[in-house]
Design a protein around this ligand. Structure first.
Ligand code: HEM
Ligand SMILES: *[C@@H]1O[C@H](CO)[C@@H](O)[C@H](O)[C@H]1NC(C)=O
Ligand SMILES: *[C@@H]1O[C@H](CO)[C@@H](O)[C@H](O)[C@H]1NC(C)=O
Ligand SMILES: *[C@@H]1O[C@H](CO)[C@@H](O)[C@H](O)[C@H]1NC(C)=O
Ligand SMILES: *[C@@H]1O[C@H](CO)[C@@H](O)[C@H](O)[C@H]1NC(C)=O
Ligand SMILES: *[C@@H]1O[C@H](CO)[C@@H](O)[C@H](O)[C@H]1NC(C)=O
Length: 362
């Protein structure tokens, strides 16, 4: 006990002696003991958008997801990933949720290749139906996806950040080619990932924090077998590589493994501990610890879960506002899998006078 106390004091002394200059620049806000800065809310979104029109919205979503996750917690990861993909491909407009047709395949049809499980899309449809029962057709599918991602994080042990609301649903989806072109590759190095995220308005800290989304969920062998065969990636921990080779015996294997070997279903800082142990699954993960631009951010998160949660929350709020449709743009979909029929233009709220502020009652 005495030992523990004196070790703590020595630590404090070192911290005090070192002064704020020894901390990475990006932690300075937390260092000043102020409220963490919230990212700006874009024009047209607000923290209280459905306060009048659907006051129970967040309660309905959380209650249903609690039930869903009691049956299958692995769906939380898929729901988080759906929101990320929606936002990276033509903005957070729910277009990823649309079904395509045989002749006109959608973003979602690219999904089987991207391994987004159909059950997760079913959960979004269920949420939309529950919300419509309570409030009518006022909440967009894009907002439901954003809230489902937040609750997936929180119900897995992560932060309970606020979600600006008021997104409208897109009426067209990106092609499969656009979809794949906009999504980062697990084979990319950190430099490439950082510039792809920068193109979406996300800085280095945002990128490392968001990569921490890989603290939950699963991957197919295809996303990392080039690190095993024919030549083993030297940045891969050899014992970890041996385990991966059992799961993925050859380059064709369709097996699945967890992204965070320590706590695969818990949203925590262990992903960053994995990286420090050279147990990151993808090149895009592990290279964050090799790259000098991001290494110290990984190190800061691996020892300070509150810092990770704070930066992850900020980054998710930014991610969730990429190229959103607001006001009278787009529509509020009845069915998250299909755009509204052209024969029901009456469902385009606010199209007439442009004053729709989210407070209409059906
Ligand atoms: C940094 C660039 C990123 C790359 C290259 C990447 C790539 C991937 C890949 C290849 C998978 C496995 C898919 C499969 O084989 O089933 C995956 C899964 C996942 N990704 Fe990412 N991702 C990135 C960023 C993100 C971000 C920003 C988030 C969310 C904040 C995220 C959340 C997830 C989750 C939760 C899973 C597990 C999905 C499940 O279990 O169904 N990823 N990612
Ligand atoms: C999806 O995977 C299938 C089979 O592996 C392949 O034929 C198809 O071209 C892929 N689609 C895209 C968009 O990559
Ligand atoms: C990262 O990947 C890009 C594209 O493959 C390559 O041009 C670049 O040299 C790589 N950077 C580093 C630091 O390895
Ligand atoms: C992986 O797939 C192979 C068949 O390709 C199977 O024999 C093996 O048992 C699987 N391993 C795991 C850990 O699922
Ligand atoms: C991939 O699978 C095919 C048969 O499904 C097999 O003939 C081939 O050897 C496998 N490739 C590797 C690299 O193991
Ligand atoms: C929603 O749209 C999809 C795609 O058009 C369709 O398959 C599904 O049956 C629709 N669901 C409902 C409840 O109408």
């Amino acid at each position: 006990m005495v030992g523990a106390a004196s070790i703590t004091s020595v630590f404090l002394l070192i911290l005090l002696a070192a002064g704020p200059n020894s901390l990475p620049a990006f932690v300075s806000a937390a260092d000043e003991c102020q409220e963490p800065p919230q990212p700006a809310v874009v024009e047209g979104l607000s923290w209280s958008f459905y306060k009048q029109s659907c006051p129970k919205l967040e309660h309905i979503i959380r209650r249903h997801l609690k039930k869903v996750f009691e049956q299958d917690i692995t769906l939380a990861a898929t729901l988080l990933r759906i929101h990320f993909h929606d936002c990276f491909v033509q903005g957070c407009d729910g277009s990823l949720l649309l079904d395509g047709t045989a002749s006109d395949p959608s973003e979602k049809e690219a999904a089987p290749n991207l391994s987004l499980r159909a059950e997760a899309f079913t959960v979004i449809d269920e949420l939309s139906a529950l919300v419509q029962d309570e409030c009518g057709q006022v909440v967009s599918c894009a907002d439901i996806a954003a809230l489902a991602a937040r609750d997936s994080v929180h119900l897995s042990g992560g932060p309970n950040y606020g979600v600006p609301l008021g997104r409208r649903d897109g009426t067209s989806f990106a092609t499969q080619a656009t979809t794949l072109a906009n999504l980062p590759s697990p084979f990319s190095n950190a430099t490439t990932i950082l510039s792809e995220f920068a193109a979406k308005g996300l800085d280095d800290t945002d990128t490392v924090a968001l990569s921490g989304g890989h603290t939950i969920g699963r991957s197919h062998c295809a996303a990392f077998v080039p690190r095993l065969y024919p030549t083993q990636d030297p940045t891969l921990n050899p014992a970890f590589a041996d385990e991966l080779k059992i799961t993925c015996p050859d380059t064709n294997s369709t097996n699945i493994t967890v992204l965070d070997l320590r706590t695969p279903n818990k949203f925590d800082k262990k992903y960053f501990v994995d990286l420090e142990n050279h147990e990151g699954l993808f090149t895009s993960d592990q290279d964050l610890y090799s790259n000098e631009r991001t290494k110290e951010i990984v190190e800061a998160f691996s020892v300070d879960q509150d810092l990770f949660f704070e930066k992850f929350s900020v980054a998710m709020i930014k991610l969730g506002q990429i190229q959103v449709l607001t006001g009278t743009e787009g529509e509020i979909r009845t069915n998250c899998s299909a755009k509204n029929s052209d024969s029901f233009p009456g469902l385009q709220y606010g199209a007439e006078d442009g004053t729709y502020d989210g407070r209409d009652e059906l």
